[in-house]
Design a protein around this ligand. Structure first.
Ligand code: NAP
Length: 317
C-alpha cells in the first residue's frame, strides 16, 4: 500500500476515503508544518497531499526524500510549489481545477457587492445599533450599468462574468489570449492590461499568481483606473501591491476594496484593517462543504490516477 502524507486536516469523509486507499499520515491537529518538519515527516512517503499553506519552494523540494513521486495540491492554484524544482526531481505536481469554480465565483461576487454597497460599514453599524434609516445613509455604488473589468477570464472569471452580467454589469476582460465567442459571452476583450484598467469601474482580479503577475496591480497600474474605482481580488494576494492599494484608498483614487486573499496570509497588511471601505474576508473562496469535499476527492483521485497509470490529467508541471 502506498504511503501518503496529508499536510492539513481534511473533512472527515475525505480522510475516511484516504484511510481505505492508502497508508496515510494524517494531521489531526491541523498543525501548520514548517518546511523542516514537512521534510522530516515525509520520509518513507510515496506522495504528499499538500495545501496552499505549504511553501514547497526549491530548497524544500530538493530535500524531500527520493520516495516522493507526487505532490497533489489541494487547490487550483499552485503558486506555493516550485514547479521547475519538482520537475527536475521527477516529481509530478497536480491541482484541483473545475470543482471549486462556482464556490469561488460566489465569493468573487460577494466581494464586488460587499465593496460597492459598503457592507463592512453596514454590518458594523447594525451590530452597534447606532444607525437610523435616512435617505443618505451609507450610499453606495450600484452595479447596474457599471463596467466590470476581469483580469484573468478563466474558469472563475467566466463564472463571475455570467453572474455580473445578470446584475446588469458590462463585462470587459484581459487575458494573454482572446477567448472564443462562446466563452466570451459578449464580454469585450482588451489585449493590454492598461486598456482594461482604463474602463474598469470595478476590477475583479481572477488570474493565477505567477512570475508574470506578481504585483501586477501596483502604483502605476492603479493610476490607470477611473477615479473612484472599486478593486476586488479573489485570486491570490501576491498579485496586488498592498502599499500601493492602501495608498490609493487613502487618496480616494480607489473608492473601496473587496479582498479574499492577501500577501503573507493570515497576517494581512494592517493598513486594510483601518479602512471602513475595505470589505475583507479570510480566504473563503472554496469554503463550502460541497466544494471542499469535491476538491479533496479530486486530490485523492489524482494520486490514484498517477500511481495506476504513471500520468494524471490534472498534472501542471
Ligand atoms: P484558469 O481557468 O486557469 O484561469 C486563469 C485565467 O488567467 C486565464 O484566463 C488566463 O488566460 C489568465 N492569465 C494567466 N496568466 C495571465 C497573465 N500573466 N496576464 C493576464 N491573464 C493571465 O484558473 P481558475 O480556475 O479560474 O483560477 C484562477 C485563480 O484563482 C487560481 O490560480 C487561484 O490562484 C485563484 N483561486 C482562489 C481561490 C480562493 O479561495 N480565493 C479559490 C480558487 C482559485 P491566458 O492564459 O490567456 O492569459
Amino acid at each position: 500500500m502506498k504511503k501518503i502524507l496529508v499536510t492539513r486536516k481534511l473533512l472527515n469523509s475525505n480522510e475516511e476515503k484516504l484511510k481505505k486507499l492508502y497508508d496515510v499520515k494524517l494531521n489531526s491537529n491541523d498543525e501548520l508544518y514548517s518546511q523542516k518538519k514537512l521534510i522530516e515527516i515525509s520520509q518513507g512517503c510515496d506522495g504528499i497531499l499538500s495545501a496552499l499553506t505549504d511553501k514547497l519552494d526549491k530548497e524544500t523540494i530538493n530535500l524531500l526524500p527520493d520516495s516522493v513521486k507526487i505532490l497533489s495540491n489541494f487547490a487550483v492554484g499552485f503558486g506555493n510549489i516550485d514547479l521547475e524544482a519538482a520537475k527536475k526531481r521527477n516529481i509530478t505536481v497536480t491541482n484541483t481545477p473545475e470543482v471549486l469554480t462556482d464556490a469561488t465565483a460566489e465569493i468573487g461576487i460577494l466581494l464586488i457587492l460587499g465593496a460597492c454597497r459598503r457592507a463592512s460599514e453596514g454590518i458594523e453599524g447594525a451590530r452597534a445599533g447606532d444607525w437610523k434609516w435616512s435617505a443618505n445613509y451609507l450610499i453606495g455604488k450600484q452595479l447596474t450599468g457599471s463596467r466590470l473589468g476581469i483580469l484573468g477570464m478563466g474558469r472563475i472569471g467566466q463564472k463571475i462574468a455570467r453572474i455580473a452580467k445578470s446584475l446588469g454589469m458590462i463585462i470587459h476582460y484581459h487575458n494573454r489570449s482572446k477567448l472564443n465567442s462562446e466563452k466570451e459571452q459578449g464580454a469585450i476583450y482588451h489585449e493590454k492590461l492598461e486598456s482594461l484598467l482604463s474602463v474598469s469601474d470595478v476590477l475583479s482580479v481572477c488570474c493565477p499568481a505567477s512570475k508574470e503577475t506578481i504585483n501586477l496591480i501596483n502604483k502605476d497600474s492603479l493610476e490607470l483606473l477611473p477615479k473612484g474605482a472599486v478593486v476586488t481580488n479573489v485570486a491570490r494576494g501576491d498579485i496586488v501591491d498592498d502599499e500601493a492599494l492602501i495608498d490609493a484608498l487613502n487618496r480616494r483614487k480607489v473608492y473601496a476594496v473587496g479582498l479574499d486573499v492577501y500577501k503573507n496570509e493570515p497576517n494581512l497588511n494592517p493598513g486594510y484593517l483601518k479602512h471602513k471601505s475595505a470589505f475583507i474576508l479570510p480566504h473563503l473562496g472554496s469554503a463550502t462543504k460541497e466544494t471542499r469535499t469535491a476538491m479533496a476527492n479530486l486530490a485523492i483521485d489524482n494520486i490514484t490516477e498517477f500511481f495506476q497509470t504513471g500520468a494524471c490529467k490534472n498534472k501542471v508541471n
